[in-house]
Design a protein around this ligand. Sequence first.
Ligand SMILES: [Zn+2]
Length: 227
Amino acid sequence: MSIKQEDLKFDSAGLIPAIAQDWLTGEVRMMAWMDRASLQATLETKRATFFSRSRQRAWVKGEESGNFLHVRDVYADCDGDTILVLCEPVGPSCHTGRRNCFFQPLAESTPEEEPLAAPILARLERILIDRQSSTEGKSYTKSLLSAGPPKIGAKVREEADEFARALEGETDDRVVEEAADVLYHLLVGLRLRDQSVRRVFAALGRRLGVGGHEEKAARAPKAPKAE
Ligand SMILES: [Zn+2]
């Protein structure tokens, strides 16, 4: 059930809020405004294009920084007054250099300092990166990374085996817990090789027959076309 552009609800200034989300990780990158022309440009060029309220003109995200948002899909919400752009982001999306704009936890909502709003796997990856570079104390993650491939490989096998056994005859809760253990150790293994979870998601996307060349486009920000 799709919605036509003419049925979208732009506000009295002719604008509609647009949220950019990483299509692979689900991370919300930024929010900006679009007018009808910048939405049209977004659809045609496959590069997220917004309307600056302060400069009163359209701007291509990344036009100066090279940090484009290559567009995959564009959705409207239930009442047609908000746009969601699923995209392949190049580099950080916030002008501050952070990956996304949402790095300020509301004091009343988030008790601990969360450096960046992100889905759980991205958060875990970030914590692993911190542990990897941390010089203080010993953490379980750090000890695995220091021990290297044989130790991490042994843990992955062990946890995969426990998962398999849980699947065969243990409770659903055990299955879930063991799956979490497998995922955690897989992430440690990826970290050892400096590979991001995002690359794994991209590989899954290719198996589903989606993605692939967008990933290449994202690696070559100077490419004239996103497609
Ligand atoms: Zn920002």
